[in-house]
Each structure stands twice: as structure tokens, then as C-alpha cells.
Design a protein. Structure first.
Length: 118
């Protein structure tokens, strides 16, 4: 399983970006997908997640501004990021989990850099 993230870049505060993560297998194969942010000098942390059953989770800091979604026809997950703040700066990683017969395996994309200027 391979994940390929893209869509990062430099944007001014208040702007928008859409991150994409193409997967090598069907999106429906995953029990969980998520986007994580790693700010400079900090640990990677969850920003948004979506379960196979359709439940979304957002950390408080991004609620109302970020939206996680998928396009199953393209085997791609997205993170729409609106009203960006300088504090959103970091490397964003996509993550996907497959559960097969009780064995859980997690896969990561390579990360895409988002820089929000004030």
C-alpha cells in the first residue's frame, strides 16, 4: 500500500489549500484515514480523521475550518483547509489504516509542507 500526498505550499493567513493523498488501493479498504500535522520542533498530531463508517473527527483548533473527505472513484483523500492561520504551518501527513482479520496496519504518505504567512 502506498500513499502519495500533495497540495502543500505557501499561503497567506486567511487563505485556503486543499491537500490530496492518492492511495494505491481502494479507499474503502481502509477502516480509518487521517491527516496529521507536524509543526516545527513538535511531534506529529492528528488534525482530522474519517472512519470507514463515515464518522469524522477534528481537533478543536481546526473545527469549522478544515474538512476531510474522499473520492472513492479516484482512491484519493482530501483535506480542505480554509481560513488558514500561521499556527497551521507544518508538514502534513496522510495516514490510512487497514484491519484484516484482527491485524491492524498503518500506512503513511511522505508529507507535504504547508506554510502560512502572517
Amino acid at each position: 500500500v502506498q500513499l502519495q500526498a500533495s497540495g502543500g505550499g505557501l499561503v497567506q493567513a486567511g487563505g485556503s489549500l486543499r491537500l490530496s493523498c492518492a492511495t494505491s488501493v481502494s479507499i474503502s479498504s481502509f477502516s480509518f484515514i487521517g491527516w496529521y500535522r507536524q509543526a516545527p520542533g513538535k511531534q506529529r498530531e492528528l488534525s482530522a480523521a474519517l472512519t470507514h463508517g463515515g464518522t469524522t473527527t477534528y481537533v478543536d483548533f481546526v473545527k469549522g475550518r478544515f474538512t476531510i473527505s474522499t473520492d472513492n472513484t479516484k482512491n484519493t483523500m482530501y483535506l480542505q483547509m480554509d481560513s488558514l492561520k500561521p499556527e497551521d504551518t507544518g508538514i502534513y501527513y496522510c495516514n490510512a489504516v487497514i484491519d484484516i482479520m484482527g491485524v491492524r496496519r498503518a500506512y503513511w504518505g511522505q508529507g507535504t509542507l504547508v506554510t502560512v504567512s502572517s
